[in-house]
Design a binder for this molecule. Sequence first.
Ligand code: AVJ
Length: 325
Amino acid sequence: RLQIEHLVNTARPSDEELHPGSDVIQGLSQQPKTLPPRYFYDDRGSQLFEQICDLPEYYLTRTETEILQSCASEIAEITGTCELVELGSGSSTKTRLLLDAYQTAGHSLCYCPIDISAGILESSAQSLLLDYPALQVHGLVGTYELALQRLAPSHLPTRMICFIGSTLGNLNPQECDRFLEQIKNALQPGEYFLLGIDLQKSKAQLEAAYNDRQGITAAFNLNMLRHLNHRFEGTFDLTQFEHLAFYNESQHQIEMHLRSVQSQVAQLKSLGLTVEFALGESILSEISRKFSLTKIQQDLESKGLKSRQVWTDAKQWFGLILCQL
Ligand code: AVJ
């Protein structure tokens, strides 16, 4: 009942596949310096992210879970029997609420988790098989872009691509537009897209969520440098960088930075890269955009993805949109 495929693009390898780390070189050679958020998620980073989800200040996971608890059966009713494809499935914890709803409604269960990290994909797939005796799992290890091109035709009547947890917020508007285009191209007419997004709210609430008192978010941010040290023979001194997160109100996005507390030089030896930092200079390690429901619905609509149903929590902090092509 389990099949896991590692995706590699042999026909048309991307720059990143031919030269691992080229995105790191590119980001660190830019002004201001940036790094792609996917480098957060080595095994330790995925663990730290799971801890973030349980933090009192980090309302996102709790709020989305609460929404899913109340709307999962409605989703199952709207779509009927369908194949669930999930982008960035991670531990698949929230997805269990959907699987439960489909199981209760008596639908056959087919789940296709997609994640960049093979470790977390494998362990969560194993535990799902134990808990759902009728479940078929077809996992894909790789980037969203490749996975969306490679989805096998579904043998179930329909399909729903799930992109929950507000991961869409990591994409800038241009990347977001490209991504929604790829979603549209991966779906057949009548198929579904379930999107979970964090909504705009006060600067104080948002900044608390990314500056938790236990310092887990700071550790998560700094872990990116530890990961790069490990992966590319790096010399980043983690004691000489600090975590910085603030809400950029005009862009409606949280920005996380790694700020150099002194002027220093770091190397990534296997990439042949030397990077100089001025005192106070920072690397932008993540943007986390906060959305307006009506604006994102318009963007979805412009790709032919029509809203079938929208759910939020009582405070309107988080939104879940079920679209149909
Ligand atoms: C997984 C991208 C939704 O933006 O809130 C959590 C990642 N970064 N704390 C987010 C994150 C810092 C998270 N996403």
